[in-house]
Design a protein around this ligand. Structure first.
Ligand code: ZN
Length: 319
């Protein structure tokens, strides 16, 4: 979820039987607006409009995610079935199209944050003001945590990027008790001299709020925060990720943030304010909505999500 649960954009949309037709009618222009952005940013091969709010198939969404476990998250199947979770940069295919490009992937939150609330509530300097180190993140109603989701998608993303030759670095490897704090997450991308940084999240909004959105840095200046040089390239990165995400997942842009564009601009996120390299967040879906949750819990959908993000990054790096 986003770092600010009280953001005004998280307005609920109630969809009951009586107003279902009206709700669907309202979603059509939303999806079309998102498609226009997607179409504008996609190549000539991308000529199909996205499906509007597709229902999950039995094959991809029938399996509930694991409940939160008191054991260290590194022992979870999701963590062990994917590539090494080390934060060390690792080089993939040296002859791939992304060879020589450094990408930092930031898996949102940490499964241990739930057990370290006092530490993650401590304020850190985000330049423009002071803010909590991090939050616990959200979870589905049956206990699949955002931190598990973000780490799983991040590992899939790493594998896809390395296959194309990129050097990928993580902000954390799920092997620390909590954190890193948002300021440290930003510094990791900066120090790596990353060509692109993507922070992976899922939202925790009201039932009926569906779809993904990419969060872009606003123009801010204060203390160590100065986004003047990254606002433009970050928007380019974010628009390409949004377009490719639609194409890879078939999901529609958010129906509750961004007016159907799948894009939102925020000035309150330390991870963006303190970045000196192009960076965006992606909220892949709403964990508190049962239909979105079914997608987020599906490993095949998570692979598509990672593919969409990787395609967007690749498109940006090869622009
Ligand atoms: Zn989050």
């Amino acid at each position: 979820m986003s770092y600010d649960e009280n953001q005004p954009s998280a307005r609920p949309r109630r969809v009951g039987r009586g107003n279902l037709t009206i709700a669907i009618a309202a979603l059509v222009p939303t999806a079309l607006a998102g498609w226009l952005v997607w179409r504008a940013m996609s190549g000539p091969e991308d000529n199909e409009p996205p499906k509007v709010l597709p229902l999950p198939s039995r094959q991809t969404a029938g399996k509930p995610g694991p409940a939160p476990s008191p054991s260290p998250p590194v022992s979870s199947p999701a963590a062990t079935s994917a590539p090494s979770p080390s934060t060390s940069p690792s080089k993939g295919n040296v002859s791939g199209p992304l060879a020589g490009k450094v990408v930092v992937v930031d898996p949102g939150h940490n499964p241990g944050n739930f057990r370290h609330t006092s530490e993650i509530n401590e304020l850190v300097d985000i330049g423009t003001n002071r803010k909590e180190c991090d939050t616990t993140g959200t979870a589905t109603n049956d206990g699949y945590t955002e931190a598990e989701f973000t780490f799983d998608v991040s590992q899939r993303l790493r594998a896809l990027l390395e296959k194309q030759g990129a050097t990928v670095k993580f902000t954390h490897a799920n092997d620390r008790p909590f954190g890193p704090c948002v300021d440290e997450r930003a510094r990791i991308g900066n120090k790596a001299g990353a060509a692109a940084v993507v922070s992976v999240h899922a939202d925790g909004s009201a039932v009926g709020n569906r779809g993904f959105h990419v969060i872009l840095p606003a123009l801010v200046k204060g203390g160590a925060a100065d986004t003047a040089k990254i606002v433009g390239p970050s928007r380019d990165l974010g628009e390409r990720i949004a377009g490719k995400f639609v194409r890879a997942t078939g999901s529609a842009p958010s129906n509750y943030v961004g007016g159907g564009t799948g894009l939102d601009v925020r000035k309150d996120l330390g991870g963006l304010n303190l970045s000196t390299v192009p960076k965006v967040f992606i909220e892949c879906g709403n964990m508190r909505d049962p239909k979105d949750a079914a997608l987020l819990k599906s490993s095949s959908w998570r692979q598509k999500a990672a593919q969409g993000i990787a395609d967007g990054i690749g498109s940006y790096l090869l622009r």
